[in-house]
Design a protein around this ligand. Structure first.
Ligand SMILES: N[C@@H](CCC(=O)N[C@@H](CS)C(=O)NCC(=O)O)C(=O)O
Length: 231
C-alpha cells in the first residue's frame, strides 16, 4: 500500500491519486451497469461527484439482470456492477468506497485514515441500520400485491428506524455533514439509502430539522440532479 498519500493534509487536494488515462480506443474504461432507478443510482452519483468519464449501461433489474451476459458480470443477477478496466465489482457501497479510494480527493474522499474510517463506519451503518428497514417498507408498501402486504412488518420497520434517525440527527446537530465538516462519500452513501424512505414512507423529517436540511443539501447537489435525469 502506498502510505505516502495518507500523509497529506486534508486541505491538499492535489495529486492524491494518479488518474490513469480514462479512455481506451476512444471508449471510457469505466462501465457502470444498472438503471438509475435502482441502487445503481448511488454509484452513478459517486461517479458524477468524482467527475469520472464512464459509460452507463442501464441494465434493468429482474429479467435483464438475469440474462447470461449480465450474470457473467454479476452472478447475483443484481444491479449495480462496475467494470473498471477489467476490475469487476458488485455491491453498490463497495463500488462507491472503491471509487472513492481509487479516484477521490479530499474532502469528498478524505485521505486521512481516521476520517476514512468514519466514512466506512457511516456507509456500513446505513447498509445495516437503515437499508433493510427501507426495503421492508418498499416491499410492503409498493412491490407486493395488496393482499400480501404485512402491516405488522411495516409498523416494526418504522419503529426500528426511529433510533438510527435519532443518532443521525444528533450527529448532524454538531455539524453540517457527517465526516470532517464537508460533503463526503459518507454523506453520499447514507443520503442515497435514506432517500428511498421518501418514496415509501413519505418520510416526515420535520421533527429532525438537522437531518431534513442535510438530506435536502445532499440531494440538491448538481451531481445527484444529473443522476435523476438518467435512464
Ligand atoms: N446489496 C446489493 C443489492 C443489489 C440489489 O438487490 N439490487 C436490486 C435492484 S435495487 C436488484 O438488482 N434486484 C434484482 C433481483 O433481485 O433479481 C447492492 O447494494 O448492490
Amino acid at each position: 500500500m502506498d502510505c505516502s498519500r495518507y500523509a497529506r493534509t486534508e486541505r491538499d487536494n492535489s495529486g492524491c491519486c494518479e488518474r490513469p488515462e480514462q479512455r481506451w480506443n476512444g471508449r471510457p474504461r469505466i462501465k457502470l451497469y444498472g438503471t438509475s432507478k435502482s441502487r445503481a443510482n448511488r454509484c452513478l452519483w459517486a461517479l458524477e461527484e468524482l467527475g469520472l468519464d464512464y459509460e452507463h449501461i442501464p441494465v434493468n433489474f429482474g429479467e435483464e439482470s438475469h440474462r447470461p451476459a449480465y450474470l457473467a458480470i454479476n452472478p447475483n443477477g443484481r444491479v449495480p456492477a462496475l467494470d473498471d478496466n477489467g476490475v469487476i465489482l458488485w455491491e453498490s457501497i463497495a463500488i462507491n468506497l472503491y471509487l472513492a479510494d481509487k479516484y477521490g480527493t479530499a474532502p469528498l474522499c478524505p485521505h486521512n485514515p481516521e476520517l476514512r474510517g468514519k466514512c466506512y463506519q457511516w456507509s456500513l451503518w446505513a447498509v445495516n441500520e437503515i437499508e433493510p428497514r427501507v426495503y421492508t417498507l418498499m416491499a410492503h408498501r409498493v412491490w407486493k400485491p395488496p393482499g400480501q402486504r404485512d402491516q405488522t412488518a411495516v409498523r416494526r420497520a418504522i419503529e426500528e428506524l426511529i433510533e438510527p434517525f435519532r443518532i443521525l440527527n444528533d450527529t448532524l446537530k454538531g455539524g453540517s455533514y457527517l465526516v470532517g465538516g464537508a460533503f463526503s462519500i459518507a454523506d453520499l452513501n447514507v443520503a442515497s439509502i435514506s432517500r428511498a424512505l421518501k418514496l415509501t414512507h413519505n418520510l416526515d423529517l420535520s421533527q429532525t430539522p438537522p437531518v431534513e436540511d442535510w438530506l435536502k443539501r445532499c440531494l440538491g447537489r448538481k451531481a445527484y440532479q444529473r443522476v435523476l435525469a438518467m435512464k
